[in-house]
Design a binder for this molecule. Structure first.
Ligand code: PSU
Ligand code: MN
Length: 307
């Protein structure tokens, strides 16, 4: 499906050519760059992640909305805007038509990125950790739109589980209810984002990228609802955040968010930022190790899928 001519959704020339040729393409999100990582490291990371995809033999498509246009594949100047522009919005899927109408610019979350990637004809997407059900859900009903989008979008998302700031068991329950397929990559438990494992068991384990591609072919052969495939890929134990430090600083971060009344879209960036400072940067290194591993695995799945 070519959508090159569509004014709201614009693949770069490189991405459009790769898709037309059936070459492997990996979508990357931009919220992690604009709202998830501190400057100036975020721009280096944005470039590095694209390089990981290229080194693996695939084409990166970082996705963001610039001046109302959903760009699929950013050039160097556009990538810099995402990393440095102040006041850049955080856009979920529901925000996209408004951003288009008002010619706004914003970074896309997992929900908006999955949606746009699928529309552009990209099947594989890598991020750090998904959004999910927040702790205290019984009072706030804060469940990331990521989950709903994945329940109705045919995309394969490689991630290190969901962010450990969330209620992980409840998030897994919601994914089960919504019919989103999950496979652990060389693991029997759901990864814990900064941590190798959340301790929560998952039902399916795969060992190789080819198996992910085979599941995707199975999804298409069966038809039915256009659900996602989550490939849950843990950060290596050697690169995880010290679990004790994680639990202590996360407790502080949650208390600070409560005290300062942080809610809604601001809560995830607030907690991630608190963890970076509270662990003297160790959480950032674990986050980056997770994202790098996910981007590398997503590239291998994209190659297997393109065959
Ligand atoms: N992964 C990371 N860092 C991030 C995110 C993912 O390693 O900052 C972003 C994604 O864009 C995800 C968003 O969709 O956090 C979730 O935000 P919310 O909880 O407000 O839905
Ligand atoms: Mn939310």
């Amino acid at each position: 499906m070519r959508t090159t001519a569509h004014p709201i959704l614009q693949p770069s020339d490189e991405v459009a050519a790769a898709l037309a040729a059936g070459a492997p393409v990996v979508a990357l999100e931009s919220t992690i760059i604009s709202h998830g990582l501190p400057q100036p490291r975020n721009l280096e990371v944005a470039r590095e992640l694209e390089a990981v995809v290229r080194d693996a033999g695939a084409v990166p498509a970082t996705i963001a909305v610039l001046d109302g246009v959903a760009k699929v594949g950013l050039d160097e100047v556009e990538l810099e805007r995402i990393a440095t522009e102040s006041g850049l919005r955080k856009l979920g899927q529901r925000d996209l038509p408004v951003a288009a109408a008002l010619k706004a610019s914003g970074a896309t979350t997992v929900s908006a990125t999955s949606f746009l990637a699928a529309r552009a004809g990209i099947r594989i997407f890598a991020t750090g950790g998904l959004g999910g059900v927040h702790r205290g859900w019984t009072e706030e009903q804060d469940e990331s739109a990521d989950l709903d989008t994945l329940a109705r979008t045919r995309i394969t998302i490689v991630c290190a589980g969901v962010k450990s700031i969330l209620d992980v068991p409840s998030t897994l329950q919601r994914l089960e209810t919504r019919g989103v397929t999950i496979a652990g990559y060389q693991t029997d438990t759901f990864p814990g984002f900064y941590l190798h494992t959340s301790g929560e068991p998952i039902d399916w384990r795969i060992e190789a990228p080819e198996e992910a591609a085979a599941i995707m072919r199975g999804q298409d052969a069966l038809g039915g609802p256009e659900t996602a495939l989550i490939v849950a890929n843990p950060v290596p134990v050697a690169q995880q955040l010290d679990p004790e430090l994680h639990d202590r600083v996360l407790g502080e971060a949650l208390a600070a968010a409560e005290r300062e009344g942080v809610t809604g879209q601001a809560i995830t960036p607030f907690l991630l930022g608190y963890l970076v400072r509270g662990t003297a940067g160790a959480s950032l290194e674990a986050n980056l190790a997770a994202v790098r591993g996910n981007v590398a695995l997503a590239s291998r799945i994209a190659l297997a899928w393109a065959q």
